[in-house]
Design a protein around this ligand. Structure first.
Ligand SMILES: C[S@@+](CC[C@H](N)C(=O)[O-])C[C@H]1O[C@@H](n2cnc3c(N)ncnc32)[C@H](O)[C@@H]1O
Ligand SMILES: [Zn+2]
Length: 429
């Protein structure tokens, strides 16, 4: 059982009611405010669970992100036989509730810095009997996430899953979260920093994730890779390594979510932690290792002069998902009747797309059909026809869960252009 009391750290007004350092006035205070994407309806239902939102920060659009977290937690509980969750930024407490009811968590600590949310959180958690002593199922606290994580670490109170559903960037909480996680535990991270992933604030991404990110066509995938890369760096410092179980981009926000498994031992030579280049001239993306830093260029130029390229990094360049883990999540979703679009979530479609993206022959990034068509100076052929032809020509190809009109493929851009032109009946160039 975990009791959060400010015994080891000096209580300070900052920790009790921290101010969001984001200069954006929308997020300056923790006091509930009504934004256009806020739902201020009192009663909500998610996967059959009724709850109140009061005036807490709640977004219906995040339901799919919650579904994914619950499926991962439930599979973890089934395989390990235990599940203690720290929901570090719980809002109205719906995740905590779902971790208890659906993932059958043994214990959930629901924390939110805003103590004005307490009544709503307690009201929602009341559905689950609280229990006493070692059988206690849940507790509620109102501290800065770093404080609650650090206190748990100091009390050697470790968790199997830590969920940090923050605004902006999670990187401030990475170290304390990793220290408070059990080995092999799951860390569910969020970033809503679309400016950084879009390459519009390279010094912010550098400060938050240690990555200098520049504008690239697949910037939303870069956002996921930036978040994982930040965790890789922090884990490595602590002697751990991380494995992404799934990575999810949602345009509402935008929101970047990654579920990472944290294990002891450094990743050998940081195999999947490097640089990604984009050549404006030919449209190809490529990854470069640290050893290749001085040789980053694209050899597309016909006169053998290397074309200048845009480079971002260091970032995670490895797989975004674990196919085995996604398959287990799909099986659970099927057992629970979560397939189809009954709850308006289309969860199985998303999971299947993630599974397709997990093909190890596929490189990072994706090719937007519009970019390809504009480079080819043709109308884009239908996406399905393009995919079938690429497969027939022996390339690996899948759709991307990130961009609906894009393909992931190991076929270079110039070849894609040739194929698209042929499909359109345009002469070879
Ligand atoms: C995106 S909302 C959480 C939504 C909730 N997880 C859900 O799924 O509905 C972020 C929450 O974090 C809280 N918060 C912001 N900064 C925090 C901090 N440093 N420590 C703890 N809570 C914080 C806010 O009060 C807000 O309720
Ligand atoms: Zn090039």
């Amino acid at each position: 059982m975990s009791i959060i009391t400010p015994k080891t750290l000096t209580p300070s007004p900052f920790l009790r009611k921290p101010q969001n350092p984001n200069p954006n006035p929308k997020f300056r205070s923790f006091k509930p405010q009504v934004y256009q994407f806020h739902c201020i309806c009192e009663r909500q239902t998610e996967r059959g669970i009724e709850f109140e939102t009061g005036e807490t920060f709640f977004r219906h659009e995040s339901a799919k992100g919650r579904d994914l977290g619950i499926l991962a937690a439930a599979f973890y509980k089934q395989s390990k036989g235990r599940l203690r969750v720290l929901d570090a930024m719980c809002g109205c407490g719906i995740r905590s509730c779902r971790y208890l009811l659906e993932a059958k968590a043994d214990f959930v600590l629901a924390n939110d810095a805003n103590d004005e949310y307490r009544g709503v959180i307690l009201g929602n958690l009341k559905k689950v009997e609280r229990g006493f002593g070692d059988a206690r199922r849940w507790a509620v606290s109102h501290f800065d996430a770093n404080r609650v994580l650090t206190e748990c670490y100091l009390q050697r109170d470790f968790f199997d899953l830590i969920d940090i559903d923050s605004f902006g960037s999670d990187s401030l909480f990475l170290r304390s979260a990793m220290s408070t996680l059990k080995l092999n535990g799951l860390l569910y991270l969020t970033s809503t920093d679309g400016y950084s992933s879009g390459g519009h604030r390279p010094y912010c991404s550098l400060a938050a994730y240690g990555a200098y990110v520049r504008p690239m066509p697949c910037s939303n995938e870069i956002g996921l890779r930036m978040l994982i890369g930040g965790a890789v760096r922090e884990a490595s410092l602590l002697g751990y390594h991380v494995t992404p179980l799934f990575s999810y981009y949602s345009y509402h926000g935008p929101v970047f979510r990654v579920m990472l498994q944290v294990n002891r031992g450094k990743e050998h030579e940081n195999r999947h932690y490097g640089f990604i280049s984009y050549c404006n001239q030919c449209g190809n993306t490529r990854s470069f290792s640290w050893e290749e830093l001085g040789q980053i260029s694209c050899s597309c130029s016909s006169n053998k002069v290397c074309s200048p390229v845009t480079v971002s990094g260091p970032l995670w360049t490895g797989p975004l998902h674990s196919a085995t883990f996604i398959t287990e999540m799909l099986n659970l979703a099927e057992q629970w009747g979560w397939m189809g679009n009954s709850a308006g979530a289309d969860l199985d479609k998303l999971l299947r797309r993630m599974l397709d993206e997990s093909d190890p022959s596929l490189p990072f990034g994706y090719i937007k059909m519009d970019e390809m068509a504009s480079r080819a100076k043709i109308n884009s052929p239908p996406l399905k026809t393009m995919m079938t032809t690429l497969l027939e020509e022996g390339y690996a190809v899948s759709r991307s869960h990130i961009a609906s009109n894009a393909i992931k493929t190991n076929c270079p851009m110039a070849e894609c252009i040739r194929i698209a032109k042929e499909l359109r009946g345009v002469d070879k160039f």
